[in-house]
Design a protein around this ligand. Sequence first.
Ligand code: ZN
Length: 75
Amino acid sequence: MTVKIGEPYYAGDLVVFFIDENEAVVTDYDCRYELRATDSTCECCTFRFRSRSNPNFACRHIEAVRRMQARMNEG
Ligand SMILES: [Zn+2]
């Protein structure tokens, strides 16, 4: 599968929509809550709290962005 910028993709129960190569809008399937996420940052509360004690913490939104970026780089 080729991942393109500007098209939505399912990543588990999340929908990932890349704005550009680095930043994506991640929508939770259930609550339809849109979050801006990159491969290292996210707007969600989980990331904001957990990243204080663990700078390497990756929430499921970040992990979804990383998975999709890996596919994007496959060509
Ligand atoms: Zn998040």
